[in-house]
Design a protein around this ligand. Structure first.
Ligand code: NAD
Ligand code: AHE
Ligand code: ZN
Length: 368
């Protein structure tokens, strides 16, 4: 069949909208009509050329929601008409990683996914005879996609696609990092570096679990109002203080119980660790840093009890946890609507990247 899709031809170049050939689902695969997709900073990261796994030409996008149109042979858990969220972190429930119950990083299809291919080692997308790479196993900047069954979370049918697409990455990443990765407890002091599409979800989850001080750090002064709306109690603009780490240590009587880095900058990753409380403070890295970047700190920071952790997709097990997060949204436990600042058509997708780069959007959502 044909599908309209935004193609990333080379690093840094604007996407172009094309009619692409999409091959139907094979064994264990599912054809999905994507109804809406968010634009995440990670899409920009890969488009910029900084991603060591970046492949061109490719169809980016990993924050979608849609409807199952057709299932391939052997698919048991889904049928046509089901509402789904594609998962860049699948959940096969059989691999060593899934069975460990210690991580959400299912590895069943990670190797082919990282090479822009379906699990059988081929792409389902072609344009004028040229193979186009999949991206993060999802490629939600295409109106129709083929995805392995294990990479789809079935969700309730009354949830609006243009909101729950954001649960496909940003919401789950931020909320999950607080609840599943750090397991922040009531009364804890929390610091969030970067108040964008991820950081604001960390803030709302910190409020949800009853954190005490919730301190936001961002260079963009416009982020203060949004942060406060979602539960932030204190705002620090690094341009307004001499030393961010000292300012946080003063505010928190010795340091944060938990900090979250939601920028992807190795300097702020260091600050996020070093602003943690001696003896127990934990810093969770969420931001994705460019190829070749490395983090550093004095090992004494760890010797004296601070912990450095990371979180991918908020530690959420997609098929199990994503439907629950959709329920939280439908029960008004989390606010997604106010974080979606722009709705766009597929033809306007490059504007979505511009809004993000200028700091004018939190999330732009493309509606098909
Ligand atoms: P975003 O662009 O919406 O937000 C980034 C925020 O950081 C902006 O508000 C910006 O003003 C602020 N910022 C930039 N540089 C800063 C600095 N030096 N000091 C303070 N603030 C600064 O991005 P997003 O969509 O929220 O994504 C944030 C990061 O998380 C990206 O690196 C993205 O790739 C990553 N990410 C990781 C996961 C994961 O599973 N680990 C999932 C989604 C996104
Ligand atoms: N290809 C990138 C990987 C970047 C990365 O860490 N991705 C996150 C998701 S970001 C979503 O917005 C992730 O889930 N990582 C785990 C994994 O297996 O990729 C790079 O930098 O190499
Ligand atoms: Zn993302």
């Amino acid at each position: 069949m044909k599908t309209r899709a935004a193609i990333a031809w080379k690093a840094g170049a604007p996407l172009t909208i094309e009619e692409v050939e999409l091959e139907g689902p094979k064994e264990g695969e599912v054809l999905v009509e994507i109804k809406a997709t968010g634009i995440c900073h990670t899409d920009w990261y890969t488009l910029s050329g900084a991603d060591p796994e970046g492949i061109f030409p490719a169809i980016l996008g990993h924050e979608g929601a849609g409807v199952v149109l057709e299932t391939g042979p052997g698919v048991k858990s889904l049928r046509s008409g089901d509402h789904v969220i594609p998962l860049y972190t699948p959940e096969c429930r059989q691999c060593k990683f899934c069975l460990s119950q210690k991580t959400n990083l299912c590895q069943a299809i990670r190797a082919t996914q990282g090479r822009g291919l379906m699990p059988d080692g081929t792409s389902r997308f072609k344009l004028n005879g040229q193979s186009i790479a999949h991206y993060m196993g999802t490629s939600t900047f295409s109106n129709y996609i083929v995805v392995p069954e294990i990479a789809l979370a079935k969700v309730r049918e009354d949830a609006p696609f243009d909101k729950i697409c954001y649960i496909g990455c940003g919401v789950t990443t931020g909320v999950g990092a607080v609840i599943f990765t750090a397991k922040v407890e009531a009364g804890a002091n929390v610091v969030v570096f970067g108040l964008g599409g991820i950081g604001l979800n960390v803030i709302q989850a910190a409020r949800m679990v009853g954190a005490d001080k919730i301190i936001g750090v961002d260079l963009n002064p416009a982020r203060e109002a949004m942060g406060r709306k979602f539960g932030m109690t204190h705002f620090i603009n690094p341009n307004d203080v001499e030393n961010v780490v000292d300012a946080i240590i003063q505010l928190t009587d010795g340091g944060a119980d938990y900090s979250f880095e939601c920028i992807g900058n190795v300097s702020t990753m260091r600050q996020a660790l070093e602003c943690c409380h001696k003896g127990w403070g934990q810093s969770i890295i969420i931001g994705v840093a460019a190829a070749g970047q490395e983090i550093s700190t004095r090992p004494f920071q760890l010797v004296t009890g601070r912990e450095w952790k990371g979180s991918a997709f908020g530690g959420a097990r997609g098929r199990t946890d994503v439907p629950k997060i959709v329920d939280w949204y439908m029960e008004n436990k989390i606010n997604i609507d106010d974080l979606i600042t722009h709705h766009l058509t597929l033809d306007q997708i490059n504007e979505g990247f511009e809004l993000m780069k200028k700091g004018e959007s939190i999330r732009s959502v493309v509606v098909y």
